[in-house]
Write a protein that binds this ligand. Structure first.
Ligand code: NDP
Ligand code: 13P
Length: 319
């Protein structure tokens, strides 16, 4: 297949490298003058991966018209603008794959919903999510991921063409739950980092268990399947987020707890706000999201929020 990947960052560059490695024709699109794209133009490397010589770099978005599939891997809050741009150049009859984890703050929409709202109805949308860091894949450590879509044929086509001994794809069965679970795990990752920063990492087991229950409640209230909280897109992504040295969200949380600055993209910082706004509208009890939100947006101290979580009324485990 001929494929464009939009976003030459940590994950987009890996997606491009991977798709090229398994035999597809790949264009990696970036904006001139941005650090990641300029580095690839100069050295074909970002310090994590080195792109194949015949993987084409382009700054011409209209070349998306030549492709069968368009992947997008930028910051989730910027996705609407990319959809508008693709629409403005007349993109039709393509498969759009979201390689991002987030929920739009201004609308509370999942990324596939944003895409469907804006793009021409002839396009199909899919989400490729689940655990995995480029640093691990690049040293040939395999992982299991998910491709989900409302369109069964698109799911089939992508999974047939993208599976390899490096990535074992599972057929997603709940686009709502999988997109929410993938986005929410970054909030849990920030909470995990805060525990590390406070030197109380032993609470991560409780965080994972209570986190899954909280996410399951939010997924159910949003029309998805509770079970998806326990699938690859959420629980299955905890090792890569709650424990990994490579997780930007975990590292952001750790540094925040230590009052240190972190300048890489941590999607959970935005997702926590999107979820808080939705939870307030839906009158939902999401204590971990609420605690992280209070720390990041209302100047509460991590220790104060832990105390509040522990002094909540006693509950049945599976309420
Ligand atoms: N296992 C998985 O599924 C993983 C998923 N992710 C997800 O991937 C997404 C991206 O994360 P990550 O790669 O770490 O982020 P990065 O910040 O490393 O990469 C984003 C890149 O997109 C570029 N960009 C932003 N806007 C545009 C635009 N309009 N057109 C072209 N390029 C643009 C950025 O340029 P600039 O430098 O100017 O901002 C940057 O190079 C996130 O949603 C993250 O959650 C990440 C890792 C693993
Ligand atoms: O989604 C990821 C791993 O699966 C990447 O997580 P971070 O953005 O926290 O590094």
């Amino acid at each position: 297949m001929k494929i464009m990947v939009i976003g030459p960052g940590r994950w987009g560059s890996f997606i491009a490298w991977y798709l090229k490695k398994i035999g597809h024709e790949v264009l990696l699109y970036g904006l001139n003058g941005t650090e990641d794209f300029e580095n690839f133009k100069k050295s074909r490397s970002n310090g994590i991966i080195t792109l194949q010589d015949d993987l084409e770099l382009t700054d011409d978005i209209t070349r998306a018209k030549e492709c069968d599939v368009i992947h997008v891997s930028i910051n989730a809050q910027g996705f609407r603008n990319v959809c508008e741009e693709l629409k403005s150049i007349g993109i039709k009859n393509k498969i759009i794959v979201t390689n991002m984890k987030g929920i739009e703050i201004s609308t509370g929409k999942r990324l596939s919903e944003v895409c469907k709202e804006i793009m021409d109805g002839s396009n199909k949308v899919a989400a490729w999510i689940g655990p995995g860091h480029p640093q691990e894949f690049y040293r040939n450590v395999p992982n299991c991921m998910v491709i989900d879509s409302e369109d069964e044929d698109v799911k089939e086509l992508l999974i047939e063409n993208y599976s390899s001994d490096l990535i074992r794809f599972y057929y997603g069965q709940d686009l709502i739950g999988n997109e929410i679970g993938a986005a929410y795990k970054n909030v849990i990752g920030i909470a995990a980092g805060m525990l590390d920063g406070m030197k109380i990492s032993s609470l991560k087991g409780a965080l994972m268990s209570r986190g899954c229950r909280e996410v399951a409640r939010f997924i159910k209230a949003s029309g998805g399947k509770e079970l998806s909280a326990y699938g690859l897109c959420h629980l299955g992504d905890y090792e890569a987020t709650v424990f990994s040295q490579y997780s930007h969200n975990r590292m952001f949380g750790e540094m925040y707890a230590k009052s240190e600055k972190y300048d890489k993209l941590a999607e959970g910082y935005y997702t926590v706000k999107a979820i808080k706004l939705q939870a307030d509208k839906m009158n939902l009890d999401l204590p971990i999201n609420n605690a992280v939100y209070k720390v990041l947006y209302e100047n509460s101290k991590c220790e104060e929020e832990i105390d509040k979580l522990f002094s909540r009324s006693l509950k049945k485990e599976f309420y």
